[in-house]
Design a protein around this ligand. Structure first.
Ligand SMILES: Cc1cc2nc3c(=O)[nH]c(=O)nc-3n(C[C@H](O)[C@H](O)[C@H](O)COP(=O)(O)O)c2cc1C
Length: 212
């Protein structure tokens, strides 16, 4: 037996779902620009590092925390050997970290830079041109070559026509890991976060004209 429905009930049962469907469709077509901006990261920061005993990796995680503290920043945190060509070329900034090996960057980090050409083909177009670059390091001794290590990393970036910046310390972020108090102290980890934050801010200025 068919139940009798009033015109009002019919309108409610069919009209309301139809109205919801139309509104959802229109909202999808014209999303609120402000909320879209909040959701879509506006810059990508690649943090690439080498680490055997874990100190430089710990620094890398803090650098990532600092970069993420700048709104609209997405961070890709990778060991140098795992970075892919799209990750490198789609990034707006690259922060490279290495332990000090004989007052220089580790061979794995040098190979990473060499592979920008051998594997990824940066030349002749200078595909890294105008991306922001920075460095961080950990070394066993107080005066064992940390600044030189950061400078060799920055030199490789300069050769690629990147915009090199510091943060944390004068040449980047660094930590002394051996000696009287082995490991990383809070000041050194803070330096790493300051570097990540500075790089993300500068990358935002370069890309959007403002750090806000
Ligand atoms: C082969 C090798 C060479 C090193 N040379 C230096 C050096 O010249 N100066 C220095 O201060 N520390 C030197 N170190 C110590 C490391 O830089 C230090 O332990 C670093 O924090 C290790 O980083 P990781 O824990 O990320 O591997 C050397 C270590 C190794 C294994």
């Amino acid at each position: 037996m068919r139940s009798h429905q009033s015109p009002f009930t019919l309108t409610l049962s069919k009209g309301v779902p139809l109205l919801i469907f139309i509104c959802t469709f229109l909202y999808g077509l014209f999303p609120n620009p402000a909320s879209a901006e909040e959701q879509i990261p506006t810059i990508v920061v690649l943090v690439a590092y080498h680490s055997l005993s874990g100190y430089t990796e710990k620094m890398a995680r803090e650098v990532a925390v600092g970069a993420k503290s700048v709104s609209g920043t997405r961070v890709v945190l990778k060991r140098v050997g795992d970075v892919t060509a799209p990750e490198l070329f789609l990034s707006d900034a690259v922060i490279v970290g290495s332990p000090v090996y004989w007052a220089n960057m580790a061979a794995e980090v040098k190979a990473f830079f060499d592979n920008w050409q051998f594997k990824f083909g940066v030349f002749p177009e200078f595909k890294m041109r105008n991306k922001v670059g920075a460095a961080f390091t950990t070394g066993g001794q107080v005066a064992g070559g940390k600044e030189l290590t950061m400078l060799t990393i920055l030199a490789a970036m300069l050769g690629n026509q990147m915009i090199v910046v510091s943060g944390g310390g004068a040449f980047g972020a660094s930590a002394t890991t051996e000696g009287d108090s082995p490991g990383l102290d809070e000041k050194e980890l803070g330096e790493a976060r300051a570097l990540g934050q500075r790089v993300a801010e500068v990358a935002k200025i370069v890309k959007h004209g403002s750090a806000q």
